[in-house]
Structure formats: C-alpha cells, structure tokens
Design a binder for this molecule. Structure first.
Ligand code: PHE
Length: 335
C-alpha cells in the first residue's frame, strides 16, 4: 500500500491542468468514489492494526493534498469560465456613469429637429470669418454705424463671427434656390460679462430663399416653431426692428410670463422674452451672392440658443452654461 501511496505522490507532485476537463479526469482518477484514493481507503479498513499505523498518516496526507489541489483548480476554472458563461450581452448596462449632452446641445438639437421637420436642412460655417461674410455681403456699409451694434473681436483682418448670419452668405454663395436651411453655431461679441450676457454665446440662423416668399410665410413658420417648442398656445408678438441685411425687419417676443422670479428677471419684468430677429432678406444681400432679387425673395431669422436654454431649464446665470460643473451637467443625463 505504501508503494501505491508513493506512486500517487509521484504522479501528482506538480499538478497542472490545461482545462476543466483535465481536472475532471484527475478527480475521476483519484478522488471519485471509485478512484484510487478510495480504493486505498477501502483497503486500509481491512489492514491489521499495526499496519494501519504506518499507512494511515501518509494516506490521509495524500488524500487531503489531492482534495486541496482539486479545490484550488476548480475555483480557478470556475472563475475563468464564470465570466465567459454568465456574461449576458443582452442585459442593460449600468447607465449611471454615462455622460450627458450639454443643455445647449439638447436645445440646439430640439430646434434643429423642428425646422428639419419643416424641410430645412442643417449647415454650419467657420467661427473665424472675413469681413465680407460677417459684414460686407450682409449689407453693412463700410462706415455703417450698425457695425458698432455688434462689438466685434478682431483677429488681424479677420473677425470672430458676431452672428450666424455669416453662414447665410456662405451657403447662398454655394447653392442655388430654393434654399431652406438652419445654421446653428457659436458667436462672439466683446461684451461686458454678466449673468445675462457672455463674450460668446450661441445662435441658430434660419434662411429660406425661393420664388414668392412673403413675410406671412416667415410669420407662419416662426409661429409654428413657437407652438412646437414652447408649447401649444404660446403667445408671440412681432416688433419692427432694424438689421442691415433684412428689410423689413422685426423682432419676435414670446410670452414667458411673470409668475417666477426667474421669468421676471429674464424678461426685465415685462413677461415678454425677445427670442429672435428676423426679416425679409435685403435685395443687396441676394445680389452679393449672385441671386437675382427680381426672381427670388426670402426670409431669415436668427435666435439666441442660450437664452432659450436658460428659460427652459430655469438657469439664472448664462455663465453657468460654460463652467462645465458636473453638478449641473449631470442633471441632464438621459434628457
Ligand atoms: N444676426 C442677427 C443678430 O445677431 C439676427 C438676425 C438674423 C436678424 C437673421 C435678422 C435675420 O442679432
């Protein structure tokens, strides 16, 4: 018997198993109810007392060692195969650590979606512009005081675009009517920074050029947009205004209300919130882009995305939109 014990000791001196099947083979050979250890155990029972003494110790030691070997390798294989077998790729993942879209992007997307549903395509243009696209082709005369309306940052003989109307020009130069576009993007103005204004902010520009386009079309489109975005029944009003690139020009306000401190502040206590400038594209602008104003007309509008975002989410300081404070941004996950 001692020989058999020694033999098994030798066979199993440095146990290693390629896989779970090899381990199972080991179990069957040595540890199962018909395995070699059990055979020894059975034989042990029938030994005379003196021999028992000599054999008992090494046999027990061998048995425990092999059981330990089995336990360790079984654990190893079940840990390996556990991850492979129980990984269900269809389970929903834990989404709590996802990032979120920035509130400005959420609003920009919502605005684009509404106009897209009306047949407007989406375009963008550069933030560093030349004078022609930001001013000249938009009918700002060289010495026109309107250039002062927009406190411009200059970079050499270029500017940081002061409005997205520059993209109108770029697109009209490239395309032939009918043109139906919305153009979102960041714009820059050298303004004193406060809770209400920042040196950069965001606009979305709209442009429709075709035959027989009227101011009524403009109003109807904007009215539809307001009902979709701000809710059915939202009141609007148009006030006449001035922009060099539109004639006639108007500004549109929506009724935001005066029921919260937030709204009173945003509307300077009037309840009316100015959301956009608009008008019929000036014939000089069409001419500057080689579009014949005798054949085509169009309307344009431009609105600030930041103010709308602040209204929608009750954000009282525009600067909060740009601090990237995770405590604010994380509130928009899943929106
Ligand atoms: N570009 C104007 C602004 O920034 C808005 C506007 C766009 C007005 C298009 C009329 C038409 O204030």
């Amino acid at each position: 018997m001692l020989e058999e014990i020694e033999k098994i000791e030798k066979e199993t001196v440095s146990p290693d198993f390629a896989d779970a099947a090899a381990l199972e083979q080991f179990r069957l050979t040595y540890l199962s109810s018909k395995g070699r250890i059990q055979v020894l155990m059975d034989a042990f029972k029938n030994l005379p007392g003196v021999e028992k003494k000599a054999v008992g110790k090494p046999l027990n030691a061998l048995k425990s060692r092999l059981e330990e070997v089995f336990r360790v390798f079984k654990e190893k294989f079940s840990a390996d195969s556990g991850s492979a077998q129980t990984f269900d790729t269809t389970l929903p993942i834990n989404a709590s650590h996802f990032g979120s879209s920035h509130p400005l992007k959420i609003v920009e997307n919502a605005l684009c979606d509404i106009f897209y549903s009306l047949g407007f395509d989406i375009a963008d243009g550069p933030e560093i512009e030349d004078d022609r696209h930001n001013f000249g082709a938009l009918n700002f005369a060289e010495d026109h005081p309107a250039r002062d309306m927009q406190d411009t940052f200059f970079i050499g003989n270029h500017v940081l675009r002061t409005h997205t109307s520059s993209v109108q020009i770029r697109e009209m130069e490239k395309r032939t009517p009918p043109i139906r576009l919305v153009m979102p993007g960041r714009v820059y103005r050298n303004e004193a920074i406060s809770a209400r204004s920042n040196c950069f902010f965001h606009q979305i520009e709209g442009l429709y050029i075709d035959k027989d386009v009227s101011f009524a079309d403009l109003k109807q489109t904007l009215y539809y947009f307001v009902q979709q975005f701000f809710g059915e029944g939202t009141q609007v009003r148009f006030r006449s205004s001035y922009f060099p690139f539109t004639e006639p020009s108007a500004e549109m306000d929506i009724w935001a209300g005066t029921d919260t401190e937030e709204k009173r502040r945003l509307t300077k206590g009037t309840g009316w919130l100015e959301v956009l400038g608009c008008g019929m594209v000036h014939p000089n602008v069409l001419k500057a882009c080689n579009i014949d104003p005798e054949v085509y007309q169009g309307y344009a509008f431009g609105m600030g995305i930041d103010r709308i975002t602040m209204l929608k989410y009750g954000i009282s300081d525009i600067r909060d939109l740009f601090h990237n404070d995770i405590r604010l941004l994380s509130q928009f996950s899943g929106v």
